[in-house]
Design a binder for this molecule. Structure first.
Ligand code: ADP
Ligand code: MG
Ligand code: MG
Length: 252
């Protein structure tokens, strides 16, 4: 079964240390939520795990089923089964959504094992229907002119089609109205499996009403400072983060 281990991960941006030693262990079948105030390094963690060139990892280990992720190029990480739905998905002009998806799937499946066009289209149409996406989005350029909510649904479509082992969702709930939130959450819940782990980064507890985490971690100033169950997210929603700062003697 899937195992994902982050050990003492430190990362810098333009020489400034943002991640100060992140430790986290996840197994297939588990949903972990990371919550924390703005600017504490949640997106930096997601980007560092995926190998974004802007972030320099200076220490630590990241293992996916005992394979060292930090040794891999960005595309190799995706092939190994890491998936990130970004907080701000980028637009790619000239590449249609459907072409992008099909080439990503085929890269992940490997040469000689490409998905047939018929099967791909059938799958994509089925998933788009589940996500209540307009079929024309298949033929639009990737994220170009998509609204915030459409981009988020499209990230979930990619996740569903790519069948990753570790799914990282960075603020997938931001900018979603309640209907879109429910659709996105249903998509995530439908993908729950013993072989797949989820790391859900969110600023608000709201999303966790729809996707129940097994573990909740609080990130502050580049570290995970507290972990618990779903009740921790509820307390954060009710009381904010100050009580944790007091508990830990953090002043800022
Ligand atoms: P969060 O996702 O928790 O809101 P981020 O990981 O986006 O936090 O940011 C953590 C810190 O790193 C912030 O102080 C932010 O200003 C800084 N930072 C993030 N990305 C960059 C970047 N590309 N260049 C410079 N500083 C950055
Ligand atoms: Mg932020
Ligand atoms: Mg962020």
């Amino acid at each position: 079964s899937t195992k994902f281990v982050i050990e003492g991960l430190k990362a810098t941006i333009e020489g400034k240390e943002i991640l100060k030693g992140i430790n986290l262990e996840m197994k297939g079948g588990e949903i972990h939520a990371i919550m924390g105030p703005n600017g504490t390094g949640k997106s930096t963690l997601a980007s560092a795990l995926m190998g974004h060139p802007k972030y320099e990892v200076t220490d630590g280990k990241v293992l996916l089923n005992d394979e060292d992720v930090l040794d891999m190029e960005v595309d190799e990480r995706a092939l190994a089964g890491l998936f990130l739905a970004m907080q701000y998905p980028s637009e790619i002009a000239g590449v249609t959504n459907s072409d992008f998806l099909r080439s990503s799937i085929n890269a992940r499946r490997g040469e000689g094992n490409e998905i047939s066009l018929i099967k791909f289209i059938r799958q994509m149409e089925g998933k788009m229907k589940e996500l209540e996406m307009n079929p024309e989005f298949a033929h639009r350029y990737l994220n170009e002119g998509f609204s915030g909510g459409e981009k988020k649904r499209n990230e979930i479509l990619q996740m569903m089609m790519l069948d990753p082992k570790i799914v990282i969702l960075d603020e997938i709930d931001s900018g979603l109205d309640i209907d879109a939130l429910r659709i996105v959450a249903n998509g995530v819940n439908a993908m729950k499996s013993e072989e797949r782990g989820f790391l859900i980064i969110t600023h608000y507890q709201r999303l966790l009403n729809y996707i129940t985490p097994d573990y909740v971690h609080v990130m502050m100033q580049g570290r995970i400072v507290k972990s618990g169950g779903p009740e921790l997210a509820e307390r954060l929603e009710a009381e904010g983060y100050d009580w944790i700062k007091e508990e830990l003697g953090i002043t800022d």
